[in-house]
Design a protein around this ligand. Structure first.
Ligand code: SAJ
Length: 423
């Protein structure tokens, strides 16, 4: 309920990225008055003109929200005034391996200036257990003079947005919800209950924070397992891909993961380290699975370069002066996000070794790259001394690769042929 006891109406979403913008627009469609706050004036300008920079949000959907008169993108904190509920969707990066909560702290301080009795604040950003109660709440209380619990509600609800996923959306993905007390949980659960099909309540914010970290650490550790297995299998002359395919036929008790050139993106390379940092800081012990998984996955780009060096060496070639075409630089298939992408590390290493590196990636624009961006056409494929498949976008013509490339190192097992080696 709002401070005046009427249903929650005014929502502020702090951060209009791949998580905050879908939430803001879903809330507009559910009838809320929404302020979409972002520190980046360029983003605000683009949103205000109906120009979406989030792949899951179409121009039509954004324009409809603007036309409703209930969506206001802004970088002016004054527009937050009188909010009933605020959701914080800001980045939580690592800085030299240490959690960097500067964006969360900034959001809390800004919101505290507009916090009223009876209002609700929810943190969605991924962070270590304790962040809501040890970082967010003190700043909200300091800036408002109010007390979390008696005066305003606070909760945590992890984001589960999977960009580009056509099946699982904000609406149909179960939403874990929590509160610092019963009244907070009720407020948070009823808010999300108006946006998503199913909410899942847990007893406290720390359990909710740990839920998200468990989800992504589970993936990170299992990807590291198959990556290490792939390296051993290759040395043992065993086709690990066949074994993975065969294991994947098990209808229970197994989940398919596949080797790759490393783990990129804004989730997996980062989230598990929030957990291991918290364990080490609070308990003085290493979270060995996470630290080992980080070590294995961070090693994969170097392993790919080593495999290429061995292949060239077998042909009497050095890397220096060799023309290498990298297929796919984005961190994940069919996306254009090259953040923390292993492909960029592989490209950099090959350039340092003196290779002539070219990249083909239909999802990337050339202005972000330090190497030429080309098309993976027959000429480019034939002209390369080696082709490395790093991100297996569906847009590539793998038959063309198979028939024109003299040598292919395929890190995703997307193509077969006499000139192809797999990770
Ligand atoms: N990767 C592998 N082998 C695998 C799976 C992934 O090498 O078997 C690599 C990918 O190439 C990529 C990285 O790991 O470089 C991360 O891939 P991801 O599939 O985990 O995709 P993300 O980073 O977009 O993870 C998101 C997460 N979503 C949220 O945090 C809300 C994650 O929880 C989802 O499970 C995941 O999407 C998903 O399932 O697609």
């Amino acid at each position: 309920m709002t401070p005046t006891g009427s249903p929650i109406q005014k929502l502020v979403v702090v951060g209009q990225g791949y998580v905050g913008l879908p939430l803001a627009l879903r809330a507009v469609e559910a009838g809320f008055d929404v302020v979409g706050f972002d520190l980046d004036p360029n983003r605000v300008k683009r949103l205000a003109t109906g120009d979406s920079y989030v792949e899951d949000i179409s121009t039509e959907r954004l324009t409809a929200a603007l036309d409703s008169g209930r969506y206001l993108p802004t970088d002016d904190p004054e527009e937050m005034a009188e909010f009933d509920i605020a959701v914080v969707d800001v980045p939580t990066p690592l800085k030299e391996g240490i959690p960097n909560l500067a964006y969360v702290e900034d959001a809390a301080t800004t919101l505290s200036g507009h916090l009223r009795t009876g209002a609700t604040v929810v943190l969605e950003s991924t962070s270590y257990p304790g962040t809501t109660e040890e970082v967010l709440i003190p700043l909200l209380e300091q800036g408002s003079g109010l007390r979390a619990g008696p005066d305003f509600h606070v909760g945590y609800s992890p984001e589960r947005i999977d960009p580009g996923n056509p099946t699982w959306t904000l609406e149909n993905t179960p939403k874990v919800v929590s509160g610092i007390d019963e009244a907070s949980l009720t407020s948070v659960a009823s808010f999300y209950g108006r946006l998503v099909e199913r909410t899942v309540a847990v007893s406290g914010t720390r359990e909710a924070e740990l839920t998200k970290l468990l989800e992504n650490t589970f993936r990170h550790v299992n990807i590291a397992l198959v990556n290490e297995l792939a390296m051993f299998a290759s040395d043992l002359g065993i086709d690990v891909w066949e074994s993975i395919d065969a294991a994947s036929t098990k209808p229970f008790g197994y989940m398919r993961f596949t080797p790759g050139p490393g783990v990129g993106g804004h989730c997996l390379p980062i989230d598990p380290s929030y957990l291991s940092w918290k364990v080490r800081r609070s308990l003085g012990q290493p979270f060995r699975f996470v630290e080992l998984a980080n070590d294995v996955n961070e090693h994969m780009p170097d392993y790919v370069v080593r495999r290429l060096m061995l292949a060239l060496n077998a042909k009497g070639r050095s890397v220096r002066g060799t023309r290498v075409l990298l297929l796919g630089l984005a961190y994940k298939r069919n996306t254009g996000d090259a953040r923390e992408a292993p492909g960029t590390m592989i490209a950099r290493a090959l350039v340092e070794l003196g290779a002539e590196v070219r990249v083909a990636d239909p999802h990337l624009s050339g202005d972000t790259l330090s190497v030429p961006l080309v098309d993976a056409d027959a000429d480019e494929l034939a002209a390369a001394d080696a082709v490395v498949i790093i991100t297996d976008h569906d847009a590539f013509d793998y038959e063309l690769v198979r028939t024109h490339a003299r040598y292919v190192l395929d890190t995703r097992h997307r193509v077969d042929g006499p000139t192809v080696e797999h990770l």
